[in-house]
Ligand binder design. Structure first.
Ligand SMILES: *Cc1c(COP(=O)(O)O)cnc(C)c1O
Length: 459
């Protein structure tokens, strides 16, 4: 059992959260159609729905908000933002957007032609959706160990180099406009990618003349894992590791709602000047002038400051330590989780937690709903409720490999006490798991976004 690493900050502003009682939560769930996205946040005691945009900004970031220059063009905060992104990525051209997915939209609508392939370790949902929307083919090439929920590997987010090489050889640079690596690998459980793997992917890309980009949302968490786990990096500073990581890529897309610790924002950065004109044109169409890109001056300032803060090693030790601590508590209580824990979330293996509930009865969603009912904790299902799809021809239902429940930790928001409450509640539920029932969807439709809207009930 690892010890809890104390918060490297003290609390100056508090936001009260209220505990509801079980009866009230039962009524709320019924009104919400047993879909946790429909629950008012004020009725949630501990909200582990996502780590995206839910972080707590520092006093330094809030002070920066006050210095927002809201001029339309080239406000002072733009220069701070541009400088911060350049110093991390080492890249020339910086494009601000209001979310990461807009950077993806702009990039893929610029470089993709119908039928082109984009390999990645694992595409995040929005990346996949933006590739598909532009007629492309998203390909996941994470190593086999990355798909095994219980196998220990220090870098489960690594790309399978042989598979990448085979894909590049078969389809060639003409049909593969870019290779992506997602750091950390969100869809694979927040698992890191090693420096060696990044370097080897670079070598393969060089050999075939294909550019390499990061989906860089959790670049600092990834750098911390490299420092902790990879030979030769224990005495490097986090900014040094970050600079080396980015030295191997030609560009990146990023959601600032993750490792810039702000509530809204994103960007794209790259070196190829040929991308600049078409990207700026698209940016003006859908976001705004290239010095603000859908953000206020104050947002640009908060991001600039957050990008520096997130690279603080004490912060990262506490951050990754929180995830590991929650994982350890659950494991001690016998709860089956994905191992090792990653950078931003603990994932419960719902197929093992509720083996008596079959996949068409959504064990993960049952766990999510019961955890809210019993303890006021909001989590999210990443499994058959989110991903199961009916084959349009055979009508056969295809299930994802795993049914997971994700407990994502917002940055700098909850304390060790909150995590212990979460662990106790999950363990209590685990002890009473035999009494939990499966669920069914009431308003069935086959949209890939159904998990945001569908209504359910208990069986
Ligand atoms: C959150 C996320 C995105 C999308 O960013 P948004 O700001 O939510 O649009 C893309 N990739 C990864 C890996 C993410 O975690």
């Amino acid at each position: 059992m690892t010890k809890y690493i104390p918060e490297p900050f003290r609390i100056k502003v508090v936001e009260p959260i209220k505990r509801t009682d079980r009866t009230e939560r039962g009524t709320i769930l019924k009104q919400a159609g047993y879909n946790i996205f429909n629950i008012p946040s004020e009725k949630v005691y501990i909200d582990l729905l996502t780590d995206s945009g839910t972080g707590a900004m520092s006093d330094n970031q809030w002070a920066g908000i006050q210095t927002g220059d809201e001029s339309y063009a080239h406000c002072r905060n733009w220069y701070h933002f541009e400088q911060a992104v350049q110093s991390i990525t080492g890249m020339k051209y910086v494009i601000p957007t209001h979310q990461g997915r807009v950077a993806e939209n702009i990039l893929f609508s610029t470089i993709l032609k119908k039928g082109m392939i984009v390999p990645n370790n694992n595409h995040f949902d929005t990346t996949r959706a933006n590739i598909l929307a532009n007629g492309g083919v998203p390909l996941d090439l994470v190593i086999d160990d990355g798909k095994d929920p219980e196998k220990y590997h220090p870098f489960k987010g690594n790309m399978d180099i042989d598979k990448l090489e085979a894909v590049l050889r078969e389809h060639g640079p003409g049909n593969i406009p870019v290779v992506f690596i997602t750091i950390t690998n969100n869809s694979g459980g927040g698992q890191p990618v090693s420096m060696e793997n990044i370097r080897r992917v670079r070598e393969v890309c060089d050999r075939f003349g294909v550019p390499l980009f990061f989906d860089a949302c959790r670049f600092a968490e990834n750098a911390y894992f490299i420092k902790q786990r990879e030979d030769g990096y224990s005495s490097n500073s986090i900014p040094e590791i970050v600079r080396e990581m980015f030295s191997y890529v030609d560009g990146c897309t990023m959601s600032a709602k993750k490792d810039a610790i702000v509530n809204i924002g994103g960007f794209m950065a790259f070196n190829d000047i040929r991308l600049l004109a078409p990207v700026k044109e698209k940016l003006i169409q859908i976001e705004g002038f290239p010095s603000y890109g859908g953000l206020a001056g104050r947002d640009l300032e908060a991001i600039a400051r957050g990008l520096v803060e997130v690279q603080d090693e004490d912060y990262l030790a506490y951050r990754v330590g929180q995830v590991r601590y929650l994982g350890d508590l659950l494991e001690e209580g016998g709860v089956p989780i994905l191992k090792p824990t990653g950078g931003h979330a603990v994932y419960i293996n719902a197929l093992k937690f509720l083996p008596h509930i079959s996949r068409d009865q959504f064990p993960g969603q049952s766990l999510v709903v019961n955890l809210y009912l019993e303890a006021g904790i909001r989590t999210v299902e990443v499994g058959s409720f989110m991903f199961a799809q009916k084959d349009p021809i055979t009508s056969e239902i295809k299930y994802p490999d795993l049914d997971l429940v994700r407990l994502a930790l917002p940055r700098r928001v909850y304390t060790g006490g909150h995590l212990e409450y979460v662990a106790d509640s999950v363990i209590r539920l685990y002890k009473n798991r035999d009494g939990l029932r499966g669920m069914r969807i009431l308003d069935h439709h086959d949209s890939p976004l159904r998990h945001f809207f569908a209504q359910l009930s208990f069986l």
